[in-house]
Design a protein around this ligand. Structure first.
Ligand code: NAD
Length: 732
């Protein structure tokens, strides 16, 4: 079976169709690349062929490179992985350059055959790099299609000539948002931005492509950068305008990434160095930087977590055997911040929603949240008025529990109070059928205890959303002691329906995400109490890739919530409670009304409009700075180890059962340094022997909370890695 086929029509136009057997989407691997190259060579050599249309047999063109192949290519490259990678990448360049040159004489640019890409739908990554090498790109007017180069999002950059070609096509400035942000757009927007040349009605795609092949002449066949008079748009680095661009780009990249994403730096180097030399040399430079990135442990960890494993979890890698559990009618209890968000994402995914609150105006306000989000979508032209009306029509706000009749899933999001939760649980049971699954969105209460209010604890489960629900990609599914497999399958199928990535964890205090994030926040607060400069704490966190410093994050989630959690934890743990040092900072701040952003006063100062102004100047007076400040690395290690040791304990205790979920959940749930691939990937990058030793040193200096868990010690002794020991067979 082949991925590409070649058919020449009676006008002499060869149609090269990409159609990977048995898959709904085309992805490129090394074999199919060789096939493509051989067929292009064949068509170019055939005197009966006038030109080539490269297209797809599927509704989309291609989703990109099979990244699993890149990971394997590196691992299989023997003693010289870098050489293996470099050769492989140069192979891609040769194939794409063959398309681009299309048999032209090197000096005169004459004698080539026109090659056009005809894209029926989505064209991402290599799926856009191949068209970029063609002489023209025509796309079907398919508003669902996405076009662009999203590689940077998984820690790499376009390495099959996409970087070099796009910069030469649009200039460094013009190409920057596509390359550095991985932005993707529909065909109309792609045409407006100059990414593609033409958009035509879907049913005219092939005929228009053929028409162009027959009419293409002269200069249309050679790329501007292959002509003598070529000048890079916006100028090269030593051109006055180009100089500004490159200086600005470097500052912009560093301000956004804090220097922790190697791919962004390598991309910028490839662009800068490539802009100083001729096209073929620029491709070689791009290949070297690309090899450099593929050799970087951060990139492989990001690919593994953010692409391979995230996809596997999204497809239900840990779903128990059970018939399809897709949700048809959802009941949401509590139309507050979370309930309203859950109602919106479900209705948006086509599910009927009954949104119940104690008072009708509260229920209506919950629905109004959806209206607000949809209206914003309409004003940004991302949502049509019809779609908005359709989604809103699916949400019924009410106080009447009888409206829940026929619901096959309930998600409860009322106040965080076991009594209120038990009461609504019992009330619901009188109105829903015997098969209905009941889920709670609690963030702190044990699922097993809440399940006692139900007469069917096997149909009771936790589905923990993160705020804001429409933006946060993770849902944490929590199995109570008696939760049955069908309830887990239901929660997973629901997550899939609403396009979220789920992880499944067992019931224990704070489940997984909050369990790891709280020590991060606490460590930041402890350091304030010790007199470590708050500026150092916050910057250290950002410089190691955390999206927010711990003090800013506490301000965002509110200091009184921290106090509430601390009090509940102390009540539950009794003498084992060890966070008094944290309470000594948080409690007085809460007592004074410094509750964080919502009070416009917290660890940070805010202006009248609630804009953050910088750290609260009085913080230093309250908690005087110690004379001797720790090193940046020491602060960073305290902040990261506080989280990852908790993740290891969660694994050790069986709360986590799959390290892939631990890594993906950490990145999507609380933004754990994405460059690292997640807590377990980071420990593997450090190596367990070093990690255990550092944890011991930190424990000696700062307390038992850093003592390496037995599992980490044992793995360190045996020299094991987490992915070596725990990776399920299907994980990379
Ligand atoms: P909220 O206070 O914004 O909303 C709670 C809603 O429940 C209110 O509209 C209230 O009127 C309603 N309600 C209370 N008692 C009710 C009853 N007997 N019947 C019907 N409705 C009732 O709270 P929230 O922030 O949306 O949190 C809801 C739940 O989600 C809590 O369990 C919380 O722990 C959990 N949670 C919150 C977050 C977060 O970031 N806020 C994140 C994850 C989980």
């Amino acid at each position: 079976m082949t991925d590409f086929s070649l058919q020449t029509d009676d006008q002499g136009i060869a149609v090269l169709t990409w159609d990977v057997p048995g898959r709904s989407m085309n992805v490129l691997n090394l074999d199919s690349l060789r096939e493509l190259d051989a067929l292009v060579a064949e068509a170019l050599a055939d005197p009966a062929v006038k030109g080539i249309v490269v297209t797809s047999g599927k509704k989309d063109f291609a989703a990109g490179m099979d990244l699993a192949v890149i990971a394997a290519m590196k691992e299989n490259a023997g003693d010289e992985p870098a050489r293996g990678l470099m050769d492989g990448i140069m192979g891609m360049h040769h194939a794409l350059r063959r398309i681009e040159r299309a048999g032209m004489e090197p000096k005169t640019n004459k004698g080539g055959k026109p090659i056009v890409a005809a894209l029926p739908g989505t064209a991402l990554g290599i799926g856009y790099e191949i068209p970029l090498a063609c002489h023209r790109i025509i796309a079907a007017d398919n508003p669902k299609a996405k076009i662009g180069l999203p590689e940077i999002k998984v820690g790499i950059f376009p390495g099959a000539g996409g970087t070099t070609r796009l910069v030469r096509k649009l200039g460094a400035m013009g190409a920057s948002s596509w390359l550095l942000e991985g932005k993707t757009v529909d065909p109309q927007a792609a045409k407006a931005a100059g990414l593609i040349d033409e958009v035509v009605p879907a049913d005219q795609l092939l005929s228009r492509a053929k028409e162009w092949v027959l009419s293409a002449v002269g200069a249309e066949l050679s790329k501007p950068w292959d002509r003598k008079d070529y000048k890079m748009p916006g100028g090269t680095p030593y051109h006055p305008a180009g100089y500004m661009t490159f200086v600005g780009a470097s500052a912009m990249v560093n301000s956004k990434t804090f220097g922790v994403y190697p791919a962004a730096k390598a991309l910028l180097s490839a662009v800068y160095e490539g802009a100083l030399v001729n096209f073929d040399t620029a491709l070689r430079i791009e290949a070297r930087w690309f090899t450099n990135i593929l050799m970087n442990p951060s990139s492989s960890a990001m690919i593994r977590s953010l692409f391979i494993n995230m996809q596997a979890l999204g497809k239900g890698a840990n779903r128990p055997e059970a018939p399809d559990q897709k949700v048809r009618k959802l009941g949401v209890l509590g139309a507050g911040m979370m309930g309203a968000g859950i109602a919106y994402v479900a209705a948006n995914a086509g599910i009927e929603v009954v949104l119940v609150d104690a008072a009708q105006d509260a229920a209506d306000r919950g629905k109004a949240h959806s209206e607000g989000l949809l209206s914003k979508g309409v004003s940004r032209r991302k949502v049509t008025e019809e779609k908005k009306a359709e989604v809103l029509a699916r949400i019924t706000p009410t106080t009447d529990y009888a409206a829940l009749s026929g619901c096959d899933l309930i998600v409860e999001a009322v106040f965080e109070d076991p009594k209120v939760k038990a009461e609504v649980t019992r009330k619901v049971l009188g109105h829903v059928g015997p098969d209905c699954i009941f889920a709670t969105n609690t963030s702190t209460l044990p699922i097993t205890d809440l399940a006692k209010a139900s007469d069917k604890p096997d149909q009771f489960i936790g589905i923990h959303f993160f705020s804001p629900v429409d933006k946060m990609q993770l849902v944490e599914i929590i199995r109570g002691q008696e939760t049955g497999d069908r309830a887990v399958a239901k929660a997973l199928d629901f997550a899939r329906q609403i396009g979220k990535t789920p992880i499944v964890v067992n019931d224990a205090r704070f489940f997984y995400a909050n369990r790891c994030i709280i020590p991060y926040l606490n460590e930041g607060v402890r350091m304030v109490a010790e007199g470590v400069s708050p500026t150092l704490i916050e910057n250290a966190a950002k410089l190691v890739g955390m999206p927010l410093g711990p003090l800013q994050l506490i301000d965002e989630t509110s200091i009184d919530l921290g106090v509430k959690i601390a009090k509940a934890t102390r009540a539950a743990m009794g003498d084992a409670y060890k966070d008094e040092a944290v309470d000594q900072v948080l409690f007085p701040m809460a007592a004074e009304g410094r509750l964080g952003r919502k009070a416009k006063a917290g660890f940070y100062a805010y202006d009248d409009k609630g804009e953050r102004q910088g750290l609260w100047p009085d913080l230093a007076r309250r908690f005087p700075l110690a004379q001797e400040q720790p090193s940046l690395q020491e602060v960073q290690e305290r902040l990261l180890f506080a989280q990852v040791l908790e993740a290891v304990r969660a694994l050790e205790e069986g709360v986590l059962t799959d390290i892939r979920e631990g890594d993906v959940g950490a990145i999507l749930g609380w933004g754990f340094a994405p460059w690292s691939g997640g807590p377990f990937s980071w420990l593997d990058i450090l190596g367990t022997p070093y990690a255990a030793q550092r944890a011991e040193e930190l424990a000696e200096a700062h307390g038992d909370r850093f003592a390496p868990p037995a599992l980490l010690e044992e793995m360190a002794e045996r020299g094991q890695s987490f992915y070596g020991r725990f990776s399920p067979a299907q994980a990379a």
